[in-house]
Design a protein around this ligand. Structure first.
Ligand code: C2E
Ligand code: MG
Ligand code: MG
Ligand code: MG
Length: 292
């Protein structure tokens, strides 16, 4: 890895930090092209009613089909996109694509469900954010109740007052708002009263410890009870095993999302799932196949 130093002088760097920087730099360059080249794609992961196995919604997750790199995780390139401002065109593309796709499925007579999009913290706090959502919904002619917004707990903490106001505006428009990755931030539980969200998503790090870590089990139980007492809907993220599902059922968690039911899938595949309306899992034989 070479870097220009002074007048046409090259110096080799080998530290991990520089390699990371180089990778970030390359990703950033390619990100600019990715929009034009139509390299982004939305995958959809079903949200499931824990008692009926019915599909009650989906989360749209961005994928980058880069011509050379196999798979760049959204975690990696979304944070870079935030730093460079590219998050705005990318975010708009995500919302537009999800809304258009949903509208199309509705027109085709498929089961009508809300589709959630993830919103980066930075974007959420920007002035034009709510306006841009309004414009998209109007353009696509989608009823606002079928667009859901997922925001992380940590992003709300950056500016609580503003966050409360943005959530209020979104609710007023008729959108649903979910609190993503719950439990990973500072999660002062008392704040939950202020943030008038519709759903709270318990982060997968807690779900993974079910059956392994008694303390985390207690936390999950406690979170579910607390959320219910506030009349907020609760969904568990990253459910992979039958034991986790059983635990969540016993403790009255009403919705789940995870590989046990389905990975995020391409639009075409999600359409097939929607046609059936539900996902039946044969629990005894169900094995979650390792990530490819
Ligand atoms: P997230 O919103 O919390 O999404 C859940 C992540 O967990 C997704 O990873 C999903 O594929 C994965 N997942 C779902 N079920 C399971 C499971 O059972 N086991 C395991 N191991 N993983 C599961 P993904 O798609 O890689 O996305 C990672 C994060 O990147 C998302 O976390 C979200 O914060 C962000 N992201 C993804 N798409 C977008 C987007 O369009 N816009 C923005 N701003 N952020 C996005
Ligand atoms: Mg999410
Ligand atoms: Mg999450
Ligand atoms: Mg997450």
């Amino acid at each position: 890895l070479a870097k220009v130093e002074g007048k046409n002088q090259y110096k080799a760097y080998s530290s991990v930090k520089d390699i990371k920087t180089f990778k970030a730099f390359s990703i950033e360059n390619s990100l600019h092209k990715a929009m034009d080249m139509k390299e982004f794609e939305l995958y959809y992961q079903p949200k499931i009613d824990i008692h009926t196995n019915q599909i009650i919604g989906a989360e749209a997750l961005i994928r980058w089909n880069h011509p050379v790199w196999d798979l760049v995780s959204p975690k990696e390139f979304i944070s870079l996109a935030e730093d460079t401002g590219l998050i705005i065109p990318i975010g708009t593309w995500v919302k537009e694509t999800a809304c258009r796709q949903n509208k199309k499925w509705q027109e085709e007579g498929l089961k009508i469900v809300p589709i959630a999009v993830n919103i980066s913290a930075k974007r959420f706090m920007q002035k034009e954010f709510v306006k841009s959502i309004e414009r998209i919904l109007k353009d696509v002619q989608l009823d606002p109740q079928f667009l859901e917004i997922e925001i992380t707990e940590t992003s709300l903490m950056e500016n609580e007052e503003l966050a409360i106001e943005v959530i209020r505006q979104l609710s007023e428009l008729g959108l649903k708002v979910s609190l993503d990755d719950f439990g990973t931030g500072y999660s002062a539980l008392s704040y939950l009263k202020q943030f008038k969200v519709d759903t709270i998503k318990i982060d997968s790090t807690f779900i993974k410890e079910i059956g392994k870590n008694n303390q985390d089990e207690l936390i999950v139980k406690g979170i579910i009870n607390l959320i219910h007492s506030l009349n907020i809907n609760v969904i568990a993220e990253g459910v992979e095993t039958e034991d986790q599902l059983t635990f969540l059922r016993e403790h009255k968690c009403n919705q789940v999302q995870g590989y046990l039911y389905s990975r995020p899938v391409k639009a075409k595949e999600f359409k097939e799932l929607l046609k059936k309306g539900k996902i039946d899992i044969n629990l005894q034989n169900k094995k979650v196949i390792e990530d490819f």
